[in-house]
Design a protein around this ligand. Structure first.
Ligand SMILES: [Zn+2]
Length: 588
């Protein structure tokens, strides 16, 4: 199935789906009050904080903050795209999906087709008469037939346009092959055009998205080939395309997913052959970035499956440096990360082939937290160099500002203080995340009312509409609560979800807690009226103060007419406040 799915259809699927049934495939749920709880599939925990509200159709983890509806759950748990998740749920609950041809579909799906045909072509070439040298090379690298099959390895022949010709015979448009980055245009001096295969004379590694669909290729030259002209790069990847972004993709993830979840850890290595060697040795929970340093995006992808990510580094100084540099990236993805350091001159592939799985397991078990490498690198060799420590402390403080979790903040402070020989308090005060401006005591009540109003809006869509209609949101003073209220006032469901998703975690958390509580309707109506009144009173008080100032100024100028007008306005305001206090007016 292809195409974009209409919003109404998405809503229909969401309504028919049972969230707890879908979640139960992955999590053992126990009923608790109006909701069900279980161990979170997105972070490691011993006591259940993963909560499912069937009635309201969302899940929330009070441990790691993951949150969403049935589609979000599948996207996170199975690494599906949104359309894939919708289709999966629709099939399961028997909801027919009308398809809508849209621009994105025209651009994405043909690339999937051309990549799939290319993958099959490369695989057939490896098995064919032209693939002899490549097969010998892979055998020499210790790859089994099963591994070659499982990872879909192939061979790109050296003739300039073998793939291009094959795609043509399959009736696939050249444009698609160009967009997918499989072929390149070449301009000949004689003015004749034509195309050239991007991968020539290379062992080819298909690169898939997390669901296993081929989106790109990596190619490696065979060793010892005399190169004519400029020596070609050892590794080459497909060019980025609408379906392939290097920094957002991990090699081997689709095959490693289940193993990662089962082992509750992921091992990150550098090369394609490292991934295959480890998987072949029985360590299936292994992935690699695509020839660049790990990105936070890639780590977030991994974090859907585990909180324990072990990256392998060289044991030398450069390796230590690389480990230190990677720590802030891990932190940005909400992970602490561990580093396993290999003996000098070894990579995971050679190490596991020479020493065996048990030795590699020991190495992984001894992996140290990346924060150690990070702080160690900052502290440097000269432990008494004062200037250097001040600078290091500032660096840590900068990093601390990005840490949201209190216990992570504490841990980093303590470690850094100890290593750098600075006082914890210094780091704490310098690194404290920016706090909201402190409200004056008489304003605190109204701020609280803003928060409660947001909770009430989240609880009931009709309340959200009424609150939006009475115009009170414009009087909110706390920026986050105002943003939350504005998000909830959105009629468009997708837009609302997106905006809620963007709220800071503590705000979302409060909203969710409220949703899970049981509360009689009467009490809710009273709270609603009370909150609106409190915010209005604050507004009125502010307006009163302003008018009083105006009166004083007008008196000083001797402008009796202005004094008169301001006095009338003041009286009106005071009357209104009085009336509101008496009537406890309910919202429209
Ligand atoms: Zn969690």
């Amino acid at each position: 199935m292809t195409g974009r799915i209409r919003d109404e259809a998405i809503r229909a699927v969401r309504e028919r789906a049972s969230l707890s049934e879908v979640v139960s495939d992955v999590v053992a749920l126990r009923r608790r009050g109006r909701s069900a709880v279980g161990l979170c599939p997105f972070h490691a925990e011993k006591t259940p904080s993963f909560t499912v509200s069937e009635e309201r159709g969302f899940f929330h983890c009070f441990g790691c903050g993951e949150h969403g509806d049935v589609f979000a759950f599948l996207m996170k748990a199975q690494a599906l795209t949104f359309p894939e998740a919708v289709r999966r749920v629709a099939e399961r609950f028997g909801v027919p999906l009308p398809e809508e041809a849209g621009e994105p579909a025209r651009r994405r799906e043909p690339l999937a087709a051309v990549n799939a045909v290319a993958a099959a072509f490369f695989q057939a070439e490896l098995r064919g008469p032209g693939g002899g040298r490549a097969r010998a090379y892979l055998r020499e690298r210790g790859l089994s037939e099963e591994a070659i099959e499982r990872f879909g390895l192939g061979w790109a022949p050296g003739a300039g346009e073998a793939l291009a010709r094959h795609l043509r015979t399959k009736g696939l448009p050249l444009e698609d092959a160009l967009t997918a980055g499989l072929v390149m245009r070449r301009d000949r001096p004689d003015g004749a055009g034509g195309v050239l295969d991007r991968f020539r004379d290379r062992v080819v590694f298909p690169i898939t998205d997390a669901s296993g669909k081929t989106i790109a290729f990596g190619g490696r030259i065979l060793p010892g080939r005399p190169a004519s002209g400029d020596p070609p790069p050892k590794y080459l990847n497909s060019a980025e395309s609408p379906v392939f972004r290097k920094g957002h993709t991990l090699y081997g993830l689709a095959l490693a997913r289940d193993a990662i979840r089962k082992a509750d850890r992921a091992v990150v290595v550098e090369g394609y052959l490292d991934v295959i060697a480890l998987a072949q040795a029985g360590i299936g929970e292994v992935v690699a970035p695509l020839g660049t340093a790990l990105t936070a995006e890639q780590l977030r992808l991994l974090r859907r499956f585990t909180e324990t990510v072990i990256a392998c580094f060289d044991g030398d100084l450069a390796g230590r440096r690389a480990a230190a540099r990677s720590f802030p990236v891990f932190l940005e993805a909400g992970l602490w990360g561990r580093g396993a350091f290999l003996p000098a001159g070894e990579d995971p592939d050679t190490f596991v082939r020479a020493q065996g799985r048990a030795a590699l397991e020991r190495l992984l078990a001894s992996a140290e937290p990346l924060v150690e490498a990070f702080v160690g690198e900052l502290a440097g060799a000269k432990r008494d160099a004062v200037g250097r420590h001040a600078e290091a402390a500032r660096e840590v403080a900068r990093l601390l500002k990005r840490v949201r979790e209190p216990h992570e903040f504490d841990l980093l402070v303590r470690l850094a203080a100890e290593r750098l020989g600075v006082r914890e308090e210094t780091l704490r005060s310098e690194g404290a995340p920016g706090t909201a401006p402190v409200a004056a005591p008489d304003e605190a009540h109204a701020l609280d009312a803003e928060a409660t109003l947001v909770e009430l809006m989240a609880e009931d869509a009709t309340v959200a509409e009424r609150v939006a209609a009475c115009g009170i949101i414009a009087e909110f003073q706390h920026p986050e609560w105002r943003r939350a209220a504005e998000a909830l006032a959105q009629r468009d469901e997708t837009e609302r979800e997106a905006r809620l998703e963007a709220l800071p975690r503590d705000i979302r958390e409060r909203v969710v807690r409220r949703l899970l509580e049981e509360r009689p309707d009467v009490e809710r109506e009273r709270a609603l009226a009370d909150c609106i009144a409190r915010i209005r009173r604050r507004g009125a008080r502010g307006e009163e103060r302003r008018v009083r100032d105006e009166i004083r100024a007008a008196q000083a100028r001797g402008d009796s007419e202005a004094v008169e007008a301001a006095m009338r306005r003041l009286k009106q305001l005071m009357d209104e406040t009085q009336a509101e206090k008496l009537a406890h007016r309910s919202p429209p």
